[in-house]
Design a protein around this ligand. Structure first.
Ligand SMILES: Nc1ncnc2c1ncn2[C@@H]1O[C@H](COP(=O)(O)OP(=O)(O)O)[C@@H](O)[C@H]1O
Ligand SMILES: [Mg+2]
Length: 330
């Protein structure tokens, strides 16, 4: 089968010198694309590098593949992750991962939380704030965390994103709105341990393949933020426990929360869902990553999948098979 890989590399973009230093953080490195292409070739497919943006569209029109393997983050708007699957839908080319609607809804964390909450999934109380003036009517309790409302890969999230008083809150809202050109999502901070859950499949057949606890080595657990600084230096900053060293009933509850959010948001093929326990021990949905990083060495999903018994090649194969069965191709 001819599989076109859609991707956006950091090196495809020029960083704006006056913009924040993490503006390109979500984009991939060539090693990730090569690793995916390597597995697809081993599985007997022909892997072709379609890239992203206009180049992707030109290749799709010139020579559409049998399947697009999509890891393209897109560029510009809060709908940017939907660009590639929307082109695939328009040209009737099968595509891995979630559809344009899910990819748009999940990039906006506030919209994702509203949908998940409406279906009974616990998620921290929050407000969307456009300026510090909106903070006058804020009815949330400290500590809080302030994040850009439509980013991922810890873009905008630093250790000091967790705030404990009005001055910190105002400082972080000003920083996010000013540097990231979008509203800030202000959430009550869950002080319990943090987990991320790998999920494969679609609808009622979706299943959690593993739960990974992210344990800080340096920060106090109740203050820990899996921030940009931590993710860039993860080997020194955190330990990953798969399975978590927790009561199995707690782990089951975390997986159930993640799976409920995945289904509520209509994710398909694969996603990684972030869950944290609140002070009372209730698993709370933070966000879903429907285009989880697939670098075999550093991607959280790849680490948790391998440690749960599904090696990288099996993970890529499962994503491809999930997509092909949806289109009736296997
Ligand atoms: N409400 C919250 N309570 C506690 N920690 C949070 C909360 N929201 C985010 N965090 C921390 O910040 C990190 C990044 O937030 P997240 O929403 O997952 O953004 P990203 O898309 O950048 O991964 C989380 O992994 C977690 O450590
Ligand atoms: Mg996250």
């Amino acid at each position: 089968m001819r599989i076109g890989i859609a991707f956006d590399l950091k090196s495809d973009f020029e960083a704006d010198p006056s913009g924040p230093e993490d503006a390109l953080e979500e984009y991939d490195n060539r090693a990730t694309v090569d690793a995916i292409a390597g597995v697809l070739t081993e599985l007997g497919h022909t892997a072709e590098l379609f890239g992203g943006g206009r180049r992707f569209i030109e290749r799709m029109l010139a020579s559409p593949p049998d399947l697009v393997f999509n890891i393209a983050e897109g560029q510009g708007s809060r709908s940017r992750e939907a660009h590639v699957p929307a082109v695939c839908e328009m040209l009737k080319v099968p595509c891995t991962h979630s559809d344009p609607l899910t990819l748009s809804v999940t990039l906006d964390k506030a919209i994702a939380k509203r949908i998940a909450a409406s279906l009974g999934v616990a998620t921290p109380r929050f407000a969307v704030v456009e300026s510090t003036a909106d903070l006058r009517h804020l009815a949330l309790a400290f500590p809080m965390i302030v994040k850009p409302v439509f980013e991922g890969s810890s873009i905008g999230i630093r250790r000091h994103s967790r705030v404990t008083d009005a001055a910190g809150l105002s400082r972080e809202v000003t920083r996010i709105v000013g540097d990231y050109d979008q509203p800030a999502l202000v959430e009550e901070f869950c002080t319990g341990p943090e987990f991320t859950v790998g999920i494969l499949g679609e609808g009622s057949a979706a299943r959690a393949i593993g739960v990974m606890e992210i344990v800080p080595r340096k920060a106090r657990a109740e203050e820990f933020v899996y921030s940009l600084e931590v993710k860039r230096d993860w080997e020194n900053e955190v330990e990953y426990h798969v399975p978590p060293r927790r009561d199995p009933a707690v782990v089951t509850g975390i997986a159930a929360c993640a799976l409920a959010a995945y289904r509520a948001l209509g994710c398909r093929d694969v996603s990684r869902v972030d869950v944290r326990l609140d002070a009372s021990g209730t698993p709370c949905f933070l966000e879903v990553n429907p285009l989880p990083g697939l670098n075999p060495r550093t991607g959280d999903l790849c680490i948790l999948s391998a440690r749960s018994g599904l090696p990288y090649s099996g993970l890529i194969d499962a994503i491809v098979r999930g997509a092909l069965s949806r289109y009736g191709r296997i």
